[in-house]
Design a protein around this ligand. Structure first.
Ligand SMILES: NC(=O)c1ccc[n+]([C@@H]2O[C@H](COP(=O)([O-])OP(=O)(O)OC[C@H]3O[C@@H](n4cnc5c(N)ncnc54)[C@H](OP(=O)(O)O)[C@@H]3O)[C@@H](O)[C@H]2O)c1
Length: 252
């Protein structure tokens, strides 16, 4: 589970733990938060470990998955939640900005998926597995609506999330039936840096949605559990967005 130390990633990691999963809690800079998530998971009786990596660095990803393999031996579910959320006017996007955003939001999920494949295969060989051994592994990629609707000021971010959505479909087709690959697309759940819960701008963001409010991390986590469990679903983007995608203009 990438980006699992805080915010949505933390909520998803804890929901997986409550559902009976052992969890590798990846972090980049939020080590203390990741260790707190691990402590909560262990208190639930789950095995958990905090593993650090900068996912823009392929060598870090290799090391992360080597650690994961030696610590857990196999993998059933990969959740790609780590991401950046950078704003820039299109005219100001430098190639370094483009590469950095694409590296974390699109390339890292691909590399994590590739490095998960031998761990998915290893999971069925683990001792003690009696039922479900042939159930497909599950990959869940966290997108956002910028991957479907152009948001002003988020061209590189939106292109990275669009790439992630298409990667999801390509991987779902190519890796079936052994691996299911789905995307989860939240609407406004937690305010981005610069906005806070209770802030009038954030409140207004919820009020304009068809369902009239922002979402809760637990609602995203529930949807992750659905995608992890439902063995007849692959290649979809599940929108958990209070109906935001129905608004003709999307974001400003
Ligand atoms: N929050 C929302 O309302 C919302 C709405 C729509 C979609 N989403 C999507 O849902 C996912 C989780 O959202 P969030 O708001 O919880 O995300 P976030 O707080 O913006 O970022 C999640 C984590 O990504 C990690 N990260 C960033 N750059 C990294 C790098 N180079 N290498 C490794 N890790 C890196 C960070 O880990 P460290 O803290 O350890 O550095 C961070 O905690 C994201 O994919 C986001 O696009 C969220």
């Amino acid at each position: 589970m990438t980006g699992a130390g805080r915010r949505l990633g933390r909520a998803i990691a804890l929901a997986l733990g409550r559902a009976g999963c052992d969890v590798a809690v990846h972090y980049r800079s939020s080590r203390a938060a990741a260790e707190a998530t691990v402590a909560e998971l262990r208190a639930l009786g789950r095995d958990a470990e905090a593993l650090g990596a900068d996912l823009t660095k392929p060598a870090d990803i290799d090391a992360l998955f080597a650690d994961l393999a030696s610590r857990f031996g196999g993998l059933d579910i990969l959740v790609n939640s780590a991401a950046s959320f950078e704003r820039a006017a299109l005219a100001d996007i430098g190639w370094e900005d483009w590469d950095r955003v694409l590296a974390i939001n699109a390339r890292a999920p691909l590399l994590c998926l590739q490095r998960s494949l031998p761990l998915f295969a290893a999971r069925a060989r683990r001792p003690g597995r009696q039922d479900g051994a042939r159930a497909p592994a599950a990959v869940i990629n966290l997108g956002d609506l910028s991957g479907q609707t152009p948001w002003r000021g988020y061209a590189h971010h939106g292109a990275s999330k669009a790439a992630l959505l298409h990667l999801t479909r390509c991987a779902a087709r190519e890796l079936a039936p052994e691996v299911r690959v789905n995307a989860l697309v939240p609407g406004p759940i937690l305010p981005p840096p610069g906005e806070e819960e209770g802030d009038p701008i954030w409140e207004a963001r919820g009020q304009r949605l068809p369902l009239g409010r922002t979402g809760r991390p637990e609602e995203v986590a529930d949807a992750v559990l659905f995608l992890a469990r439902c063995e007849f679903v692959t290649g979809v983007a599940l929108l958990v967005d209070g109906g935001e995608h129905l608004l003709s203009g999307g974001r400003p």
